[in-house]
Write a protein that binds this ligand. Structure first.
Ligand code: FES
Length: 508
């Protein structure tokens, strides 16, 4: 004989479990959004866990409501469960029907958040985001619902559980408020230093292996002389090779980030070489010593349920590290385009590993350029691109800026459309104001005034000279990332970017 109180037990247990799952899911989502665990986290499994917890919260909320309906003691009607303030249960003199009404409202918020997450790919990101943010209100309102309508509030176990969940909610919301920006901002904030104060992080490394990868492309593996661990990195990162004649060249890391024993890069000997790739090809031999700085990263993989990767030629290097780092269940496709298979590195390796997720487009086989419109049709996930300028320009015109992430091979001259004029900057740490002449770079002006900023390419591609902007609107003339991304995280690259007539305040 079934205990007649069984449904009441189910109601109470499922309510606490659903509450806990909501709080943990939101907390996990906050870790995902702020990346405070960076660089130890992995966006793939973090995102999966966040979704599973939220899905389970919906399931347990459903069990909670179903058992309330079945239980004869609580005697909830269908209307009580779905219409706020309809239930007469647990009315409190000074609150009226709010305790149960909050539960009904929370159910609708939970359904809205979960439904829009499932339809994320079909919704404009700003709408999805606005609804997703209501989950912060959800965890707060659920706490009030539990506190006012729960019948176990006098039990110690319940109180301890409730206190833990409320504390977790509060800490999570504080973290979200304090660290609202993306990982790029956080990396500097958490480490307590402004971006350009990163040590240049120069290592002497040995060339461990040189491997021909394709026509004109050599792979290089670098190790520390004592073969100890190198600095960690995440896909999208690059290192700077310090070559004779004060040449500094940036190359994306394309190995396995989990293998800390070596850095792997692939270098195309470019016909337009200014000397860097030619030197690397002709002079770097196994056993040689070379100086390397970094890794730095301005092309990080953001968490997404679906990706489209597009690589043109040697642009495969950061993309290869990205796709190899994703969990096997993550949805993605790669278009890898080049002139001919013999000039494209890693084609066989990628096709063997990932099968038909990888579309290799060799111009000499397919006769012409890939059909980007067909590839993008119906795709609403994030697009990551690394390749030559025409490919990037085509995608910039086709993909909304909030879903497009790219890395350029070389600087784009953006001065034609910009007003270049003298301006002033305030260095916030010393409260010093300096004037930057019309023909002078901001980087030079800063360094002449004690800025001691590190830099590398000097042409707005590598991102090494990054400084934080506290106030004012810079004129972005660099090619590091989209201007929207730079403004969102409040940075600029003073080797080429400048100020306008109004004063810029920099975190220096
Ligand atoms: S030094 Fe490379 S972006 Fe400024």
């Amino acid at each position: 004989m079934l205990d007649p109180a069984i449904w009441w037990y189910v109601t109470r247990a499922s309510a606490i479990i659903a509450w806990a799952l909501m709080v943990i899911s939101v907390t996990w989502g906050i870790l995902l959004a702020t990346r405070v665990m960076k660089p130890k986290d992995n966006p793939g499994w973090l995102l999966d866990l966040h979704r599973w917890l939220a899905g389970l919260a919906v399931v347990f909320t459903g069990i909670h409501m179903a058992s309330l309906y079945i239980d004869e003691y609580a005697a909830f009607t269908f209307q009580d469960l779905f219409i706020p303030f309809h239930s007469q249960y647990q009315k409190i003199a000074w609150l009226g029907g709010w305790p149960i009404a909050l539960g009904v409202i929370c159910t609708y918020i939970l359904i809205a958040v979960q439904a829009t997450s499932l339809m994320m790919k079909k919704l404009p990101r700003k709408y999805w985001k606005a609804i997703h943010y209501s989950s912060y209100a959800l965890v707060l309102l659920v706490s009030f619902h539990a506190g006012w309508s729960g019948t176990d509030v006098r039990a110690w176990a319940y109180r301890i559980t409730a206190l833990t969940l409320i504390t977790l909610t509060t800490v999570a919301l504080i973290v979200r408020i304090l660290f609202p920006k993306s990982a790029k901002t956080l990396s500097a904030t958490v480490e307590g230093r402004r971006p350009n104060q990163k040590a240049e992080n120069l290592h002497k490394v040995l060339v461990d292996r040189v491997t021909p990868l394709a026509d004109g492309i050599l792979g290089f593996d670098f190790v520390l002389p004592d073969r100890s661990n190198l600095d960690p990195w995440v896909p999208g990162a690059h290192v700077t090779l310090h070559l004779p004649g004060d040449m500094k060249r940036q190359y994306s890391l394309c190995g396995d980030p989990a293998d800390r024993s070596q850095y792997s890069i692939a270098v195309l000997e470019s016909p337009q070489s200014r000397g860097g790739s030619r030197y690397v090809h002709n002079n770097l031999k196994s056993g040689m010593s070379i100086e390397v700085s970094g890794p730095h990263n301005h092309f990080e993989l953001e968490a997404s349920s679906e990706y489209l990767f597009i690589a043109g030629g040697i642009g495969i290097t950061p993309i290869k590290a990205m796709i190899e780092s994703l969990p096997s269940r993550r949805q993605w496709r790669l278009l890898y385009a080049g002139r001919s298979r013999t000039s494209m590195a890693y084609t066989n390796e990628l096709e063997d590993m990932f099968g038909d997720r990888v579309i290799v487009h060799a111009d000499d086989e397919q006769g012409g350029r890939p059909d980007l419109d067909a590839l993008l049709a119906g795709f609403n996930g994030h697009v990551y691109v690394c390749g030559p300028e025409p490919l990037l320009d085509a995608l910039i015109s086709k993909v909304p800026v909030d879903r497009l992430h790219y890395e350029r091979f070389s600087a784009v001259d953006r001065t034609d459309d910009a007003v270049i004029e003298a301006f002033e900057v305030v260095l916030s740490r010393s409260n010093k104001t300096i004037s930057v002449g019309k023909d002078e770079s901001l980087l030079d002006a800063l360094n002449e005034n004690g800025g001691a900023l590190i830099s590398s390419c000097g042409e707005g591609v590598c991102g090494t000279c990054e400084v934080r902007v506290l106030k004012g609107q810079p004129v972005h003339l660099d090619s590091v990332m989209s201007d929207e991304d730079k403004d969102a995280i409040g940075v600029m690259y003073p080797c080429v970017s400048r100020g306008t007539g109004s004063t810029l305040v920099l975190d220096i």
